[in-house]
Design a protein around this ligand. Structure first.
Ligand SMILES: Cc1cc2nc3c(=O)[nH]c(=O)nc-3n(C[C@H](O)[C@H](O)[C@H](O)COP(=O)(O)OP(=O)(O)OC[C@H]3O[C@@H](n4cnc5c(N)ncnc54)[C@H](O)[C@@H]3O)c2cc1C
Length: 407
């Protein structure tokens, strides 16, 4: 059995950032266990048809966290990244409309604009109607029936789950109301309105896929990253982890960035809390390469049509210099819709989106409180079971290292 001060489960962005920051702070007694043979998690890339392909889906580094960007540029200098202005679109009503839809209704034909505006005027949030608690009704209340039917509901169904009412609304509550007056003004002046969505400006590596920066981070930690080590049993009382291949590790602090529901066994946790962990839900996403070019300047396109298998197209030739082709993101359950046609390349991510189901915040709060009292900490997209992007998990991991080093 090996003993360390910090045992980190998972060498994705969260685990790699945490370990590098601990090292910066003089804490070198750590190990990372990673089940794959390579670091990077959902942010890994491979080469397909001579150019990068991000196996976890299209990955872009938001510019909004300068401290995170500066940290990542330590491993992959800024000159190695291109800076882009976001151009993303939604295929709806036979057109490609700018994202977000509510800010770009002016791009439709006049009769369509009138129809969307009428529907927004009747949206519950514009009539001071009480806020519903179920996801489907909530979306209609917030955005109006037309945006709900033509985009938001089918798109969320394609990406997350068929049972939309199992999702909570707490994660959407900060969305600004869609204002009838602003939408009307935008249609009259032919300009988008409101605040820009995330990734309004983003970086993507010039010569590599998004996975490169994490590989370089992992190199800095070698040989403290152990590959092919899948954590299987977590013993909360002893802070011990047993891998699928039988190795045992014990630590003063265990930091887990892996999905809670993926442990084979959790020992020393009350039945009720173990049940909450096992019930956390997620969606699996397949990424698939198509070697054709698309006649669009967009970097990515949302596809809400339920008859089409995929929900998002990543137009690689618009963000990877010298590349061709595009890739598709499709929820696992919908992949059969492609039929028998073989894909040029495809990869299935069993854990892609943590689902924001009803009751999840309360379940995570109980789970975290129990674990933290035993020096076991959930970190990142899976440790906290939140839709964090990589820049957000890097920031959280930096803060977490600071806290751990003070203990
Ligand atoms: C389709 C899609 C598009 C996205 N687009 C963007 C984007 O444009 N920009 C952005 O910043 N972010 C994006 N994200 C989010 C980004 O992928 C995550 O924020 C980031 O990967 C989270 O890092 P993490 O380390 O917390 O988790 P992960 O990347 O999932 O890393 C977890 C690690 O744990 C390992 N692991 C799992 N189980 C075990 C086990 N039992 N034992 C040992 N190791 C284990 C995994 O192999 C993995 O290496 C996207 C995500 C998806 C699914």
């Amino acid at each position: 059995m090996e003993k360390v001060k910090y045992l980190i489960l998972g060498a994705g962005p969260s685990g790699l950032t945490l370990a590098n920051r601990l090292k910066d702070l003089g804490e070198t007694n750590f190990l990372i266990l990673e089940k794959e043979q390579e670091a990077g998690g959902l942010c890994r890339s491979v080469t397909v048809d001579g150019s990068p392909f991000d196996i976890g889906g299209g990955h872009f580094l938001d510019v909004r966290r300068p401290n995170v960007n500066a940290f990542l540029f330590r491993f992959m200098p800024q000159e190695e990244w291109d800076l882009y202005t976001r151009d993303s679109r939604i295929r709806v009503d036979g057109m490609e409309i700018g994202h977000p839809l509510e800010a770009n209704i002016w791009q439709f034909d006049l009769p369509e604009q009138v129809s969307y505006l009428t529907s927004i005027a009747k949206a519950g949030c514009n009539l001071d109607a009480p806020m519903p608690e179920r996801f489907v009704e909530w979306i209609v209340w917030k955005l109006g029936q037309r945006i709900a039917d033509h985009y938001m509901l089918p798109y969320n169904q394609k990406m997350f789950a068929d049972e939309l009412d199992e999702l909570g609304t707490y994660w959407l509550e900060k969305l600004p109301n869609v204002s009838f007056e602003e939408t009307l003004l935008s249609c009259l002046t032919h300009k988008p309105y409101g605040t820009q969505p995330g990734h309004a400006s983003f970086y993507y590596p010039k010569k590599y896929g998004y996975g490169e920066v994490w590989l370089r981070m992992a190199q800095e930690l070698s040989p403290q990253v152990l590959y092919g080590m899948e954590a299987d049993i977590l013993d909360c009382d002893k802070r011990r982890v047993k891998t699928k291949t039988g190795e045992i590790f014990e630590a003063e602090h265990v930091i887990t960035t892996v999905p809670w529901q993926s442990f084979g066994q959790i020992i020393g946790m009350p039945e009720e809390i173990r049940g909450l962990a096992a019930k956390l839900r997620s969606s699996a996403i397949e990424t698939r390469y198509v070697p054709d070019d698309l006649p669009t300047a967009a970097q990515w396109i949302y596809e809400p049509d339920l008859q089409v298998p995929w929900h998002r197209i990543l137009v690689r030739h618009n963000f990877c210099p010298g590349s061709r082709g595009y890739w598709l993101e499709t929820r696992k359950e919908r992949v059969a819709m492609f039929g028998d046609k073989p894909a040029a390349y495809h990869y299935l991510n069993e854990y892609a989106y943590p689902l924001n189901t009803v009751g999840k915040p309360e379940a995570m709060q109980k789970l975290s409180a129990f674990c933290q009292a035993r020096q076991i900490y959930g970190l990142g997209r899976w440790g906290e079971h939140c839709h964090y992007n990589s820049d957000a998990v890097v920031e959280l991991a930096m803060q977490s290292a600071q806290r751990l080093a003070l203990l």
